[in-house]
Write a protein that binds this ligand. Structure first.
Ligand SMILES: Nc1ncnc2c1ncn2[C@@H]1O[C@H](COP(=O)(O)OP(=O)(O)OP(=O)(O)O)[C@@H](O)[C@H]1O
Ligand SMILES: O=C(O)C1=C[C@@H](O)[C@@H](O)[C@H](O)C1
Ligand SMILES: [Mg+2]
Length: 184
């Protein structure tokens, strides 16, 4: 439990968005730029089960995966000064949306369908919800999911940035916004 309200400078940054938008890759670089610890919820779920995500889905099922995801998000978002990257489906659960929006600064990594399509070949192997789907089915999932990511404090269009530039841009924008809203 948080014992007192955190200042905007202390709140953990929570990265959300569709699978493959770059939350893990850019989140890690952003944490380094802000001198913060980085937590990837998918990685924490894998550690908790001792298995990679596709096996967690096939052995225990998506429901068990989502329960662990919720439990870990609840635990990590109690902590200040982290950069936390969520999995692409975490915001399907209302509890996750509420807790992240009230405890953290939620950044939506917004990617266009055209840019996302270029990445599909590197994504299908480790993401059970993409496996065996046609491109049309993936596009349907992509479009259906957009509504859940609209629960954010700020969104960032990732299409035109390589990962290091994206992290630099986000770190600069956050620092500017802290200077405006919470001058030291
Ligand atoms: N800005 C970028 N430009 C080009 N490629 C990128 C960029 N960001 C990430 N990638 C590549 O896209 C792939 C997916 O990135 P990443 O794993 O960070 O996505 P994610 O949003 O964390 O996905 P998930 O929701 O499944 O966890 C990786 O191979 C990564 O190298
Ligand atoms: O979008 C999703 O539902 C998922 C995204 C990944 O990050 C993993 O959390 C898992 O593969 C499910
Ligand atoms: Mg990730």
């Amino acid at each position: 439990m948080l014992r007192f309200p955190l200042s905007i400078r202390e709140k953990s940054i929570v990265c959300i968005g569709f699978m493959g938008a770059g939350k893990t890759t850019v989140g890690k670089l952003l944490a380094r730029r802000l001198c913060r610890d980085f937590v990837d919820i998918d990685e924490e779920i894998e550690k908790a089960f001792g298995l990679p995500i596709p096996q967690i889905f096939s052995i225990y099922g998506e429901k068990a995966f989502r329960e662990k995801e919720r439990e870990l998000i609840r635990a990590f978002t109690q902590q200040p000064l982290l950069v936390i990257s969520l999995g692409g489906g975490a915001f399907l659960q209302e509890e996750n949306r509420k807790i992240c929006l009230s405890n953290g600064i939620v950044l939506h990594f917004d990617i266009s369908w055209d840019s996302w399509k270029q990445r599909v070949h590197i994504l299908t192997e480790n993401r059970p919800l993409l496996k065996d789907k046609t491109l049309e089915e993936m596009e349907q999932l992509f479009r259906e999911r957009q509504i859940i990511y609209s629960a954010n404090h700020s969104q960032f269009q990732v299409d035109d940035y390589e990962a290091p530039e994206a992290a630099e841009y986000l770190a600069d924008s956050l620092k500017l916004s802290w200077d405006i809203h919470a001058p030291q």
